[in-house]
Design a protein around this ligand. Structure first.
Ligand SMILES: NC(=O)c1ccc[n+]([C@@H]2O[C@H](COP(=O)([O-])OP(=O)(O)OC[C@H]3O[C@@H](n4cnc5c(N)ncnc54)[C@H](OP(=O)(O)O)[C@@H]3O)[C@@H](O)[C@H]2O)c1
Length: 319
């Protein structure tokens, strides 16, 4: 794939822009790199992702205190594939670069560029809303990064819908590059507030949507059924509260549908996300090639309306 064209200001419909340019509509999450997978294991997963045609790799300056970005950077340097990777990273939450003030954003992005070993980031997310900095200051700071060619597009994560709107409006009135993507927490076990507030906003504003924690931290793979399954597991404490009768019924529903498709539960959980009209590409991480294969199988799965309804109904019981 050639270097992606910038969505600014040429294409007012970034969601279509991303969709058209991502041959594999799954983003590989990088919060495992340097945490549960060392550099070599991370590179094996990245290799498998790239071999399958995957392009979008999501990381952040906070993941393993920058080690995740450095692992992605080393991989791109070794494989000489920078122009085939859509690099998504985030700033604003690092202990040394906290918040979205102009000075912090400018310093944080330079650190990310250095670790990634690149002179541009395809998609740069404000990781969290910063209530202490006026949105106009942040919008101008992100625009300056676009104008400098350090980032190609802007995304927002963990913002309220009102703050997303304010940033879009501020960009419009100030003549700044506008956000083109949202990164919300959204999966079968976490449907709100995305479905209520953000899906309509994304469609109205033409924003790409890259849902994070698409597998519920691994719960939706179905491998955690009892407390014992969670013991000594990196994500055990996070998934244990989901081991309720409702949570287990959701897993049973996923399993039944997976069985009918000769697929794995993780594949069906991602496929469900891909069937949501607002979703551009879910973000999921994998700690092995075998896990990744189950994620990459999702785009080929077509769920019918009855299956979507069964999944929605089982997920509704969690609420
Ligand atoms: N914007 C934000 O604030 C934010 C927050 C969180 C995440 N994110 C992004 O979203 C990405 C994905 O989120 P996440 O990693 O937290 O959660 P996730 O994708 O829901 O869960 C991924 C974990 O599930 C397990 N897994 C994956 N495939 C599997 C399979 N086929 N079978 C069994 N287990 C499987 C692996 O963990 P084990 O092997 O350890 O079990 C893997 O690390 C992150 O890497 C990051 O890029 C962004």
């Amino acid at each position: 794939m050639a270097r992606l064209p910038s969505p600014h200001p040429v294409d007012p419909t970034p969601r279509r822009w991303w969709g058209d340019h991502l041959a594999v509509p799954v983003g590989l999450g990088g919060n495992t790199f340097g945490r549960t997978t060392d550099a070599a294991a991370s590179h094996r997963v990245l290799d498998a992702f790239a071999e399958a045609g995957g392009a979008l790799v999501d990381t952040a300056d906070t993941y393993s205190d920058g080690a995740s970005e450095a692992i992605v950077g080393a991989w791109m340097r070794d494989r000489k594939n920078r122009d085939q990777v859509v690099v998504s990273t985030k700033g604003g939450n690092h202990p040394r670069f906290e918040g979205l003030s102009a000075i912090t954003v400018a310093a944080a992005v330079d650190e990310s560029l250095r670790r990634l070993g690149t002179d541009y980031i395809d998609l740069y997310f404000a990781h969290y809303q910063d209530d202490l900095t006026p949105i106009e200051e942040s919008a101008a700071a992100f625009d300056a990064l676009v104008q400098a060619g350090k980032i190609r597009a802007i995304g927002l994560s963990n913002f309220t819908a009102a703050a997303v709107r304010e940033w879009i409006d501020t960009a419009g009135s100030g003549g700044f590059a506008a956000p083109v993507a949202l990164q919300p927490h959204y999966s079968l076990i976490h449907r709100q507030p995305f479905e209520g507030e953000f899906a309509p906003l994304a469609s109205e504003a033409g924003l790409a949507v890259l849902p994070y924690r698409a597998l519920g931290g691994g719960f939706l793979s179905g491998k955690y059924r009892t407390d014992a399954d969670t013991e000594d597991r990196a994500r055990g404490a996070g998934v244990r509260p989901l081991l309720t009768p409702e949570g287990l019924r959701l897993l049973d529903t996923i399993d039944a549908i997976a069985h009918d498709h000769h697929a794995r539960a993780a594949t069906i959980a991602l496929a469900w996300l891909m069937h949501q009209p607002a979703v551009t590409a879910p973000l999921a991480s994998a700690t092995s090639r075998a896990q990744l294969e189950e994620l990459l199988a999702a785009p080929a799965v077509t769920l019918d309306e009855a299956e979507i309804t069964r999944l929605n109904t089982a997920a509704d019981d969690l609420a």
